[in-house]
Design a protein around this ligand. Structure first.
Ligand code: TTP
Length: 393
């Protein structure tokens, strides 16, 4: 089966991390987020991948090129991001026969995707406590009979988990009218398929939709948690690596460093001397973590430096950032309430007791900068020495 993977959106809710790459290309463990989607499709037996690209499409094409893991990859361009059905429609010329549709910013359980392919027409479903923010599926006798978007009074607890196996006929139904929010939605295509075919709900235990910055952190917690210990880089005898730690070839861990896994230290990264890395932490390619620095449960993207006397906890740092000596991130509120974060101008709860900062590419902090929980630093933002930063900038 061909798998159409949607990766045309920018990811406005995850700004500023999507400043130079589309959200599907943000790092999750050792790969971009969308590579986990494509891997799940290939592991499930997809014989061709059609990637729908748009925003910063070159980054996606460069990563996958024309063949990925021996499977042919083609590209369809969606010029304006007018919705998920519109995105699949942009790929319609690539389609013949039944086809799957997956979101390039979702993490799936590969076994569920294999079951989805085997059960076409089918949709992945996950039981959630509060389905009011999802598409909610109703089933009867093992078949999906209805889908309703974000209902105030959900008929079931079965949420749409964003993975579809459509019959060939659905190709003719992609041109659905715009929804209330002005987008052409793939769920309206699904509704038509439900009307005309017996659609199987394929339940999955684990699924994640990455929309906001802390969800990127949680995606990393998931995938770093699956790592097996592997030490290929240069590690000092005086360093201590505990548990599932991966040190890639070309990475260096200096004396006095303690790393508690799961942690991934990518090629070109240097850690220490005397640094402490813990929680689920990703240190991307060419990252530098120096003397007396503690990094906890965080993502540091390629080329970022936290070189002296600093603490970074529960944070997501973009590329080529420099944290000056003594930069300290607070990740916990004194009132113990969940940390809030501003998404598209609205202050919302992350539902996390601990959350630090999100910094866009090229941020530079002055020495002894203090950063408060839930802070957003825009691409290339700077702070002065000794500043206490309490407002996004
Ligand atoms: P969304 O997360 O709904 O949209 P987005 O990625 O643009 O993010 P945001 O809402 O924060 O701006 O999209 C789900 C998936 O579908 C995601 O992988 C991007 C993709 N997509 C397209 O390819 N084209 C589109 O027109 C839309 C809306 C989404």
């Amino acid at each position: 089966m061909k798998a159409v993977v949607l990766a045309a959106g920018e990811g406005t809710r995850i700004r500023p991390l999507s400043g130079s790459v589309p959200k599907p290309m943000l790092p999750v463990a050792d790969r971009p987020l969308v590579a986990h989607t494509v891997d799940a499709a290939i592991d499930a037996g997809a014989d061709e991948i059609v990637l729908v690209v748009g925003y910063e499409s070159e980054t996606v094409r460069e990563f996958f090129s024309a063949t990925y893991r021996g499977v042919s990859v083609s590209y369809a361009v969606q010029t304006d991001q007018n919705g998920t059905a519109d995105a699949v429609n942009a790929a319609s010329e690539h389609l013949d026969g039944p086809f799957a549709v997956l979101n390039g910013d979702n993490l799936y359980d590969p076994a569920a995707i294999a079951a989805l392919f085997d059960s076409c027409p089918a949709v992945c479903a996950i039981e959630v406590k509060d389905p009011r923010n999802y598409g909610v599926l109703s089933t009867d006798d093992g078949t999906v009979v209805d889908i309703v978007e974000k209902p105030a009074d959900p008929p079931t607890n079965l949420a749409n988990a964003g993975a579809y196996a459509f019959p060939e006929r659905a190709r003719d139904w992609l041109d659905v009218p715009a929804s209330e929010r002005g987008e052409h939605e793939i769920t309206d295509v699904l509704a038509r398929v439900i009307d005309e075919f017996a659609v199987t709900p394929v339940t999955t235990d684990r699924w994640m939709d990455v929309g906001r910055p802390w969800e990127l952190l949680e995606a990393n917690e998931w995938k770093l948690g699956e790592l097996d210990r592997r030490i290929e880089g240069e590690v000092s005898d005086a360093a201590q690596l505990e548990g599932a730690v991966v040190v890639e070839e070309g990475a260096t861990v200096k004396p006095g460093v303690v790393v508690e896994g799961p942690a991934l230290i990518r090629s070109g990264a240097t850690v220490g001397p005397n640094a402490y890395v813990r929680g689920a932490t990703l240190l991307g390619e060419d990252v530098s973590v120096g003397n007396a620095v503690e990094i906890k449960n965080s993502v540091l993207s390629r080329g970022t430096s936290v070189s002296h006397l600093s603490y970074v906890g529960d944070s997501v740092l973009g590329r080529n950032i420099n944290f000056g000596a003594g930069t300290t991130v607070a990740n916990l509120r004194h009132d113990d309430e969940a940390v809030k974060f501003t998404v598209k101008g609205e202050r919302i709860s992350t539902d996390r007791r601990k959350f630090g900062v999100v910094a866009g590419d090229g941020v530079k902090t002055g020495i002894n900068t203090s950063l408060t929980p839930g802070l957003k630093l825009d691409t290339a933002a700077t702070t002065r020495p000794g500043e206490v930063v309490e407002r996004d900038r």
